[in-house]
Write a protein that binds this ligand. Structure first.
Ligand code: NAP
Length: 320
């Protein structure tokens, strides 16, 4: 089968398309024929070798994908051969024509959800769900600022928050991005490249501030976020690409919390609850993952360049 292999850390050019032996499932494992693969920023950090988690070389990148169950090992109960499925995590990596997974890493893909959409669930939608509800404690009636709402996690957060009855303020850095954020259901949309754009958060909340902020670029925004939080407000740090400077008094005045999160830390029971909620949202139509760009598997290097560029809309995927 064709698979992307990384033999040394480096730039996008280290992603090589190679022929490797097809895996076969052992006990408790599921082999999925991959139809679409989700590309996430973290895969570029791991590829470059400057992320806390290092996969031993050589490896096949990727945790997200969707496709059809091709074979099952002994003891597998949840799936039959031919079932539509999406993946979060795998034994062999998902940038490939086949992915070998533990049964717990495979989830049923609801009817009406495309493979491309299924490939957007594992990291982006699950992260958005955990950030809002498990770490952020989002409640119906609250106002959430989704700071970076046009990307993979951000558009998921807008849809999830609206479906849960929150008022959503979303930000985008381009005109097209802001239109996209509005189309996902945001009540208000701001331009995170405009001067003083966060003043509008205070106006939109009658001077109270946002109850919750889901932050995609904390190194740029964390200090400013604390100034537009309501009393007892929470900032959930989803993304950060460097250190940030804050005034701790901004947290004291508001009894505010800054809460970090990494999806990898999710306890198993919470992960199961998150995926049950995502499947329900897909089935009732409140969740609609949007694919912005699609690349062939062989073009994984271009996809890695694209995923680090500003101004994208929704999710980037690879197709084997
Ligand atoms: P993405 O699709 O590349 O989206 C990036 C988002 O950040 C876009 O909405 C972009 O908006 C926005 N952005 C750019 N400049 C900004 C600024 N100055 N202020 C606010 N937002 C800004 O990436 P993603 O998959 O959504 O992931 C977002 C971040 O979270 C990444 O850093 C990723 O590594 C991280 N992440 C963390 C976890 C975790 O477990 N903690 C899980 C998934 C992702 P424009 O392009 O419109 O400017």
């Amino acid at each position: 089968m064709k698979s992307i292999r990384v033999h040394q850390h480096g730039g996008p050019e280290v992603l090589k398309l190679e022929d490797v032996p097809a895996p076969s499932p052992g006990a408790g494992q599921v082999l999925v024929r991959v139809h679409a693969i989700g590309v996430n920023p973290v895969e570029t950090y791991v590829r470059a070798g400057n992320y806390a988690r290092k996969d031993p070389l050589p490896y096949t990148p990727g945790s997200d994908a969707a496709g059809v169950v091709q074979a099952i090992g002994s003891g597998v109960k949840k799936f039959k051969v031919g079932a539509r499925a999406y993946i979060y995590g795998s034994v062999t990596g998902t940038y490939a024509e086949l992915a070998l997974c533990a049964e717990s890493q495979v989830f049923p893909l609801p009817a009406g959800t495309t493979y491309q959409q299924g490939a957007a669930l594992g990291v982006p939608f699950a992260t958005a769900h955990r950030a809002l509800f498990h770490r952020g404690g989002a409640k119906r009636g609250e106002t959430v600022l989704i700071h970076g709402a046009s990307g993979g996690v951000g558009h998921a957060a807008v849809q999830l928050a609206r479906a849960a009855g929150l008022t959503v303020i979303g930000t985008g850095g381009t005109e097209a991005g802001r239109k996209f954020v509005a189309a996902q259901g945001a009540n208000h949309v701001l331009d995170h490249r405009a001067p003083d754009y966060l003043a509008a958060v205070m106006q939109l909340t009658a001077g109270r501030g946002a109850d919750l902020i889901i932050e995609m670029l904390a190194n740029v925004n964390l200090g400013k976020d604390l100034g537009v939080l309501a009393k007892s407000g929470r900032v959930v740090v989803v993304g950060s690409r460097g250190p940030a400077e804050i005034n701790p008094r901004d947290t004291m005045l508001r009894d505010a919390d800054i809460r970090g999160m990494t999806l990898f830390n999710t306890p198993d029971a919470d992960l199961a609850a998150i995926h049950a909620a995502l499947q329900a949202g897909l089935a009732d139509g409140s969740l609609r993952p949007v694919i912005g760009q699609e690349f062939k598997l062989a073009d994984a290097p271009r996809a890695h360049e694209a995923v680090m560029q500003d101004g994208k809309l929704g999710k980037i995927i690879l197709v084997p």
